[in-house]
Structures are given as C-alpha cells and as structure tokens.
Design a binder for this molecule. Structure first.
Ligand SMILES: *Cc1c(COP(=O)(O)O)cnc(C)c1O
Length: 389
C-alpha cells in the first residue's frame, strides 16, 4: 500500500546507510567479510530495502532471526547468502535447502534433526555452529567443565551426513560496555571461542571457512575479534555512542507534523491523568504520534522534540495516537509544521536513555502504520506503508 498521508513518517536515508557500510568496511579491511544483521525488519528500517542496498554494495552475508524473515528476503530479489540466527523447525529443512538459506545449529538435538531431514531429501544443508561462550542463550555450552563435551558435540555435528559446516560463531554479551569486568568477560568469551575452534579443527582436520563473533560493541572496541567476518547491526544503522565516535550517521529520522494548536490559561491539566498542569498561558501543539506509532509511554512528560525553533518539551501523558508539546515560545511553529522526533537533530541515544532503554528498542518499536519513506541521493525513491489495502 502506498501512503499519501503527510502525518507521521520515518525517513530512511540510504546515503547514511551506504556511508556507514563504507566506513565499517574500511575499518575492518578488505580481508574481513561483512555480515549485515537485518533481523526484526532491519531494526525497523525495512529488511528488504536495507538488504537490497547491502547486496548492491557487495556485503557478504545477511542475518535474520527466523525462516519467515529469510523467505521475505528471498521473495524480494535478495540472492546473497542469508543466515538464520534462531531456531527453525525440522519440517522446514527442505525449504531452507531449496532457498539456499544457512541455518544455525545450536545443540546436538537440532543437529540430529537437521541431518536426518537433509539425508531424507538427499541434499546438504549449510550450517553455522553456534558456541555459547557466556551469553547463556543459544549454542553449544563449552565453558569450564563443559569444554570437552561441547567440543565433541560440535565435531559430531560437523561430521553428520547432510550437514555442511561452513562456519562457527559466538555472541558477546558485554562487548558494548567499557567497565573493567565487562572487558574481562569479553576477553574470556573470545579466548574460549578461539580455544573451541582450535580443538574442533584439530579433531576434524579441517578449517571452518568462516569464524565470526564481532557484534557492534566488538566491531567498535575489539579488533582482535574480527576474524573472518564481522556481524554488526546497530552500527550499520548509525546509533549508539560508538556510532557517534566512528563518525556514522543515523539512518532513520522519525518525523511528525502539528495537527492542532491551542492556547490554554494557567492551571489547565493536559492529557490523561492530568500529570502536567500549565503554570502560565501555554501554547500547546497536538502531534499525531503516540505509543501505537512507537513513542514509548514511559517517556511521557520527560522528552524534548525538535522544532524549527529548537527543542520543545513534550507535556502530559503520551496517548495511543497523539501527544502534546509546549510551543509557547515558538511562534513560527504552525499547524502542519514538521517536528523531528529523533534523527540527526535530536539524538535517539538521548531519548533511549530517558526511556531507560537502548536505541534498538526505539527503532524496532516504530509500528506498521508509520510509513517508511526511502531517500537515495537526497531524493525519495520509495514509500512503503505496511497496512494492508
Ligand atoms: C542481533 C545480533 C547481532 C547484532 O547485534 P548488534 O548489537 O546490533 O551489532 C549479532 N549477532 C547476533 C547473534 C545477534 O543476535
């Protein structure tokens, strides 16, 4: 469905995405492959659109969370390697193979299922082995006393018929924090990962084609983790403190417009619960942007949005479809004026901090009723509204 409404929208800047990709590419060097993480609809930016750009730029791999997400890419012209980071039920192994999708293998039980299904089809499934080095989520547990059984389990999976182990990877849980204990934890994860790889490769007498572990924090902070491939998500989209330090640009700008302006006397309660009461004659703009668009309600009465005349305070509770801002001293702001929720002039990092969360959650929260407007070379190249119709 094509949106014609000029109300609230997310601008996605391919120029910023290309800039970020090129910066990161030159940071890690030509010899390191680049996997772009495009799960969760590319963190809310549109996985098909983002993947098309990455494919054009020559990225090596994409990663998604589920088969449905992978199939969306395949159905829309993405032919480059795609990896599923999460679980896929055994019934879908045929679909994985047919669509040339790489599957993560996280434990013996899954390896057995995938091997059996692939053998039944008389085909090979390309897999990457996931090692749990301290995230304590998916993957072969290999720390401490589990080292031996973990390594043996991985070796066994790599030798199962029907499975072709192209790669092995792990995931850091604290690489984006500078505290000494986090650095130590990350270094332990990396050492363990390398030890596992050596032990497995020695038993297999064969090297993995792609060993990888570097997420955003590791791409920014730990060059020694880059190995054969890096796997950033957030950095690619240009958010977080490291993106700022590396000169990356935010890809998404959330914008809305002023629906109505009213002037209230002192003592007027604004929005549900009346948590904000005017203390002077106050000029208030109503914006068609609420928690159903992705404006977290916990930000109520705390956050500032950017007008042409500078920051304006959001006042009262954020509603489902609307919120209010104080524009008393911003007389050039009129009905129809554009307001930047977050973007180059109003950092998403600051808003995430106010909400007690991370930028990831804010871009993932941009809902399907918010049209995405794609810009390339500064001009609109696509508008997408995800509502049916
Ligand atoms: C989401 C994810 C990433 C990307 O994380 P960022 O912090 O956005 O760089 C990398 N690897 C795995 C396994 C993930 O789940």
């Amino acid at each position: 469905m094509k949106s014609t409404l000029r109300r609230t929208w997310a601008e996605i800047d391919f120029d910023a995405l290309k800039h970020n990709y090129r910066q990161l590419r030159s940071r890690v060097g030509e010899d390191v492959k680049f996997l772009g993480v495009v799960k969760a609809d590319a963190y809310g930016h549109g996985s098909v659109q983002v993947s098309r750009v990455l494919q054009e730029l020559g990225a090596d791999y994409l990663a998604v969370s589920s088969l449905d997400e992978a199939m969306e890419l395949r159905a829309n012209g993405i032919t480059m390697p795609v990896m599923i980071l999460g679980h896929t039920p055994r019934e879908e192994v045929g679909k994985l193979i047919e669509n040339n999708i790489t599957q993560t293998v996280t434990c013996m039980a899954k390896a057995v299922e995938y091997s059996e299904e692939a053998c039944e089809l008389g085909k090979n499934l390309r897999i990457h082995i996931k090692v749990d080095t301290g995230m304590s989520r998916l993957g072969y547990l290999c720390d401490g006393n589990y080292f031996g059984t973990g390594v043996d389990g991985i070796v066994e999976a790599c030798q199962m018929p029907g499975l072709e182990a192209e790669g092995i990877f792990t995931h850091f849980s604290m690489s984006d924090e500078d505290k000494a204990e986090c650095v130590e934890y990350t270094e332990h994860q990396l050492k363990l990962f390398k030890d596992v790889i050596s032990a497995v490769e020695e038993k297999l007498r064969h090297k993995f084609a792609i060993c990888h572990c570097a997420n955003t924090g590791a791409v920014a902070n730990y060059p020694e983790t880059w190995m054969d491939m890096v796997r950033p998500g957030l950095l690619l989209y240009g958010y977080g403190e490291y993106a700022e330090k590396l000169g990356l640009k935010p890809v998404m700008t959330m914008k809305t417009t002023v629906s109505t302006i009213k002037t209230y006397p002192a003592g007027t309660k604004i929005s549900y619960g009346g948590i904000y009461e005017t203390d002077k004659t106050t000029r208030v703009a109503v914006l068609p942007y609420g928690y159903a668009d992705g404006f977290l309600r916990c930000l109520s009465n705390k956050v500032e949005l950017m007008t042409a005349e500078g920051h304006a305070r959001q006042i009262g509770k954020i509603c489902m479809d609307m919120c209010m801002v104080d524009i008393t001293d911003k007389m050039s702001v009129e009905v129809g004026s554009e307001i930047e929720i977050f973007g180059p002039n109003n950092s998403i990092n600051r808003i995430a901090e106010l909400a007690g969360t991370i930028p990831y959650e804010l871009t993932c929260a941009v809902s399907k009723r918010v049209p995405r407007i794609y810009f390339d070379n500064g001009i609109i190249v696509e508008k997408e509204l995800m509502l049916r119709g």
